[in-house]
Design a protein around this ligand. Structure first.
Ligand code: HEM
Length: 288
């Protein structure tokens, strides 16, 4: 009975809480899972590669294009207006600048979008049309993340890739936000001012967990793509090597190795092996 009363009080307190507090609480576990994806672990080890960062930028382009187009279209919606800060937060242009830096002027034809990223942007466009109040969950997940751990990720990217003068790092830079901490406070208070029914609020909280899940899948998918590419190039170099030892004449010609050396290699190995075995046996007899 006492336990039941305590549980009820906790639940009541929970519904009384601010949206910003509730959203942080319900996504706490998802945040830990996001931090533990292979991509984010590379970041935490300070070992991000150029291939990882370039592919991440491609996905971020697809995600922010959908998110910001839907926020713009719904900027007068009562659940979107309070958290609509294009001048301070918009990421699409900085990402385009970074993509041009890494891929060149024809970056639009060269970028690669993993399937999980397509699913994420599809969801953003769907809720923009059907449930604009859910956009707050996605805007929170991306923008507050970028202003929190994202700032550390920027410094790691700069150091591990040796980027100079902020080139290729525009995504992490928020010139319209002088203090990320103060801005996050303002953002949270704006989130708390949004009027939602109990049902809408619960759905927004569910959507925030889903938003983290989309991000996790994007990171996993792009890491899988990188691992496949790496395995492929390792296999290619192994095939080239085995062709060489099997006496592939074209490769031998390219590397200017006399073909007699290649065909004589097994015989040579046998002679050397016999010599080593004999030397070992005689040393053993000597020591005895
Ligand atoms: C290496 C990976 C990450 C690290 C080290 C990290 C670290 C942090 C830290 C220290 C905070 C707290 C800042 C504060 O209280 O002011 C934070 C907040 C946050 N992070 Fe991350 N994070 C990482 C990845 C992510 C990812 C992948 C996402 C989402 C896609 C994310 C979303 C958020 C959000 C939304 C907040 C704001 C929480 C709130 O105050 O309500 N983080 N992160």
């Amino acid at each position: 009975m006492e336990t039941e009363r305590k549980t009820k009080t906790a639940a009541e307190q929970m519904t009384d809480r601010d949206l910003s507090e509730q959203i942080k609480m319900v996504t706490k576990e998802s945040h830990v899972r996001a931090e533990n994806t292979e991509l984010m672990l590379s970041y935490q080890r300070g070992q991000v590669t150029l291939a990882q960062y370039k592919l991440l930028l491609c996905s971020l382009y697809e995600i922010y294009q959908a998110l910001e187009e839907e926020l713009d279209r719904n900027c007068d919606h009562p659940a979107v207006a309070p958290i609509y800060f294009p001048a301070e937060l918009a990421r699409l242009e900085p990402i385009e600048k970074d993509l041009e830096h890494f891929y060149g002027q024809d970056w639009r034809e060269r970028i690669v979008i993993p399937a999980a990223t397509k699913r994420y942007s599809h969801r953003l466009r769907q809720i923009g049309k059907e449930n604009p109040e859910f956009l707050v969950a996605h805007a929170y997940t991306r923008y507050l993340g970028d202003l929190s751990g994202g700032q550390v990720l920027g410094r790691i990217t700069q150091k591990s890739l040796g980027l100079k003068n902020g080139e290729g790092l525009s995504f992490f830079s928020f010139p319209g936000v002088s203090s990320p901490n103060l801005f996050k406070q303002l953002y949270r208070s704006r989130m708390n001012s949004i009027e939602l029914t109990e049902e809408e609020r619960n759905s927004v909280l569910e959507e925030a967990v889903r938003a983290f899940e989309f991000n996790i899948q994007v990171f996993d998918d792009l890491q899988k793509m990188l691992n496949v590419t790496q395995t492929e190039s390792e296999m290619q170099s192994r095939t080239a090597q085995s062709k060489l030892t099997n006496g592939d004449s074209t490769l031998a010609k390219t590397l200017q190795i006399p073909s007699s050396m290649i065909s004589a290699a097994p015989l040579l190995r046998m002679v050397v092996g016999l010599f080593v075995a004999l030397a070992t046996v005689s040393m053993g007899i000597y020591a005895f």
